[in-house]
Design a protein around this ligand. Structure first.
Ligand SMILES: NC(=O)c1ccc[n+]([C@@H]2O[C@H](COP(=O)([O-])OP(=O)(O)OC[C@H]3O[C@@H](n4cnc5c(N)ncnc54)[C@H](OP(=O)(O)O)[C@@H]3O)[C@@H](O)[C@H]2O)c1
Length: 241
């Protein structure tokens, strides 16, 4: 019998991360749901457990190096494996008034806010990759999904929201260079844009549900061995970097 896959989803207490955790659990994975608020992640995991899913809450702020190391140690101790890493936790800290974006101009953004955004959206995924890829290598299989955004596309870079846009462009670079170093290995990594989704980050006017956004992420998490690596996708279709 094939061993049950262990998936790690960061930022899983709500929004797209919660929908991804539910879908991966429904597809038969044991899902470690990572969140920084103990009550929120435990409540979210309890709800999924109550509906018959195998999920485990884990409290960690992904920007905290020691918390990421503790997560890796727990995965090794309790499961002896990790098969799927979904780098979903993310922040958009700039003003979100899409009708009047001047408050999120490159000319006024606080560089400290850029650093905080980078730390969560680009450096935390780097740290998680460093911590968890050794476990994937040991088991000879792995899928990594960096949850990115069209706002990070250099091919179609608009103005405003520089911290968020630059952090997602950096995340996409992380996808490309990690894929290069993993070439020929059984571990795949891709960036996925979920589209504009109705979540706390996306707001009420967004055109998609969190469940809609989750689908393309789950597709990339369960890619077959002849599937792509080092790409940028929305709904399972390649998009420009
Ligand atoms: N919604 C969209 O339209 C959209 C579009 C393109 C891309 N995305 C990307 O999709 C991903 C999920 O977004 P979402 O819309 O679901 O956002 P969301 O509703 O704001 O949820 C983000 C989740 O990430 C968690 N998180 C943030 N910082 C964290 C940290 N340091 N450690 C651990 N968890 C942390 C949050 O936890 P707390 O509750 O503790 O803050 C929250 O559970 C993000 O990477 C986002 O950039 C979203």
């Amino acid at each position: 019998m094939l061993a049950q896959k262990v998936a790690v989803v960061t930022g899983a207490a709500r929004g797209i991360g919660l929908a991804v955790a539910r879908d991966l659990a429904a597809s038969g994975c044991r899902v470690v749901m990572v969140g920084r608020g103990a009550e929120a992640i435990e409540n979210a995991a309890r709800e999924l457990c109550d509906s018959g899913h195998q999920v485990i809450p884990h409290v960690a702020d992904v920007t905290d190096a020691s918390a990421v190391a503790a997560l890796a140690a727990r995965l090794r101790r309790e499961f002896r494996r990790v098969d799927i890493l979904i780098n979903n936790a993310g922040v958009l800290l700039e003003p979100k008034d899409f009708a009047a974006p001047q408050g999120a101009s490159v000319f006024v953004v606080d560089p400290e806010l850029v650093t905080t955004t980078y730390t969560c959206n680009a450096l935390a995924p780097l740290r998680l990759i460093q911590a968890l890829v050794p476990l994937m290598r040991e088991n000879g299989w792995g899928r990594i999904v960096n949850v990115s955004s069209s706002m990070g596309q250099l091919a179609d870079m608009g103005g405003f929201w520089p911290a968020y846009r630059m952090s997602k462009a950096a995340l996409n670079a992380l996808t490309r260079l990690t894929a290069k170093e993993l070439e020929g290995s059984p571990i795949k990594i891709n960036s996925v844009c979920p589209g504009w989704c109705r979540t706390e980050m996306g707001g009420h006017d967004a055109v998609r549900s969190a469940a809609d956004g989750a689908q393309g992420i789950v597709w990339a998490a369960l890619l077959p061995d002849d599937g792509p690596s080092g790409g940028f996708f929305r709904d399972g279709k390649p998009i420009d970097w």
